[in-house]
Design a binder for this molecule. Structure first.
Ligand SMILES: N[C@@H](CCC(=O)N[C@@H](CS)C(=O)NCC(=O)O)C(=O)O
Length: 105
């Protein structure tokens, strides 16, 4: 397992990030190497994103299938507000999205 040194932000900037992360959730499971890459990115960027383990929790698995259409992980659920929800698959896409949105913030 790799561990990342989380980036540091001012308390104010971290509070903004914490707030933004309430609209995100990662569907994953522990032994999935692609999920590990995304968890590493989440740790590095100090993002309090809720992790939803689809192996441990069958309801989360059903939720992923119903919402995203596949049970492949990792999948980042992004709540854009106004009822618009995006289900982002592909670890590389998720990591790019998180970096663009939170790197340097
Ligand atoms: N190219 C994908 C690969 C993801 C992948 O293969 N995930 C596996 C777990 S390690 C999976 O969910 N397989 C079950 C499925 O595809 O339904 C990525 O990088 O995210």
């Amino acid at each position: 397992m790799f561990s990342a040194t989380p980036i540091e932000r001012s308390a104010e900037a971290q509070a903004d990030v914490d707030r933004a992360c309430r609209d995100l959730a990662l569907y994953h499971f522990m032994s999935c190497p692609f999920c590990q890459r995304v968890r590493h990115q989440i740790q590095r960027l100090a993002l309090p994103i809720e992790l939803r383990d689809i192996q441990r929790d069958p309801e989360r698995r059903q939720e992923l299938m119903a919402g995203g259409g596949r049970t492949m992980v990792p999948c980042l659920r992004i709540d854009h507000g106004d009822g618009e929800v995006e289900w982002m698959y592909e670890s590389a896409d998720i990591n790019r999205y998180l970096a663009r949105r939170f790197e340097g913030q």
